[in-house]
Design a protein around this ligand. Sequence first.
Ligand code: ATP
Length: 544
Amino acid sequence: MADAVRGTDGGPGRGRGDAEPVPADAGIGLRLRQITKRFGSLVANDRVDLDIRPGEIHCLLGENGAGKSTLMNVLYGLLQPDEGEIAVDGVPRIFNNPKQAINAGIGMVHQHFMLVDVFSVAENMILGREPGSGGMLNLGTARRRVRELSKRYGLQVDPDALVEDLPVGVQQRVEILKALANDAEYLIFDEPTAVLTPQEIDELMQVMRTLRDEGKAIVFITHKLREVRAIADRITVIRRGAVVGEADPGDSESKLAEMMVGRQVSLLVSKLQHKTGDVRLQLSGVTIASPAGAVMVDDLDLDVAGGEIVCIAGVQGNGQSELAEAIIGTVEVRSGDIRVDGRSMIKLTPKQRIRVGLGFVPEDRQHDGFVGEYSVAENLVLNTFDEPPFARGAALNLTKINQNAVELVEEFDIRTQAIDTPVGSLSGGNQQKVVLAREMSRELSVLIASQPTRGVDVGAIEFLHQRLVSARDRGSAVLIVSTELDEVSALADRIAVMYRGKIIGVVDANTSREVLGMMMAGMSAEDARAQASQLTSETEGVVT
Ligand SMILES: Nc1ncnc2c1ncn2[C@@H]1O[C@H](COP(=O)(O)OP(=O)(O)OP(=O)(O)O)[C@@H](O)[C@H]1O
């Protein structure tokens, strides 16, 4: 490890900002010194030093719970540090609230957007602005500003659209526009790509590069090492609240992974061929309509056998989220049937389906995965607290509930102060681990997992993928919905590609990314393979 992570005053990084030694306090941008933030006895940030320079994309890398979001929340004035100092262009600043940070030129695009859903894009631009802050207090000016910034940065948004009607990727654009409209020179992106499609990720990367080239400073938090390598000028690694050094953007993914978690991580899942059993999940003619009547899932058939993992790949918004929710029963099916071990689920409540042996990891953990005010121990038995061994007659068996929590916290490496800590105060990735631990610790007939490793660090992904494979090996039918093609290829025995509410083809796990990509755009497996091999032979032709 010693040579993997250079000390903070170690050798030069590859970043543009590293070309010249930085003169003390002159144009250095943001300077954080000895920032310490405690929550009770937990030290979330431990004497952190960090410099963010104009014209750089600076990645913060660290495992779940390392303290990245806390540090950025301190910088943005959402949290106040217990110790330490922030200076902007050499001027010491204290941010008691985000407004003060915004006035100092700092903008933040959050993991969970801070927009008002029932207002339009332009109205959201005006919110929180005070008279005299750039004259954007009327709707006409706000509309014009949205159009102007949209055009300049290639962030297409309709100023009059209601935020609640916009897809997640567009809502994120609104957050970026809002920061830019506030003249932000320092932009913090906290896991912006976790909720985006691959195409939206490419677009966002381009926007970040443009902003960087204009001289703005970007802080970028992501767990996806491919993205870090593609875009970082500098990388700071944080572990257990403290900066452990800088990494080089030229380093391999496995080296970056090791720096992050402090041990070697296997980025491949070890998965042996496995004999499949009887069909355990059977979807026949499933049709689902949106509240407005649009068909989201269209007469869909799919079987998943015990002992197999089927991954649904597809661009978000093609009906896969609705399908997963319909299986657990939180979305109504218009027609068709869903059977688990031969038994129809259609008339059962979600709770009854869980009793039958369905496990469910929802896509939106904040809304559907846990109750933030409840403790870790309570959330780990959220669906089973009234059954043995956690209930004894009408009474709860607290000893069993606590014992269950202690075991799962250890096994799933959930970083929490205690088992009675509210889940809402855990880091994003650790919240996800709570949901996964709860669902994966039961013996299941069928496990449905939507975006199971969203927001989870590479070390935890290694463990969770292995757990998913062992659920398969114990005979569960596993259905995974994922937009991460690496995850799909690593886990799937079969891949079902979904497009406009239908399964456009079912292919085997070693199907190339290229063919999968074409299928995700609506092409049949046959056509996609033909086109891919034509492209390959054309390329070969060029080479020879
Ligand atoms: N409001 C809070 N109250 C108590 N503890 C908190 C609070 N916010 C964060 N923490 C704790 O501080 C630590 C750092 O959390 P933080 O969210 O900064 O991690 P992170 O590096 O962003 O992780 P992730 O990659 O999972 O998002 C965690 O142990 C978390 O539980």
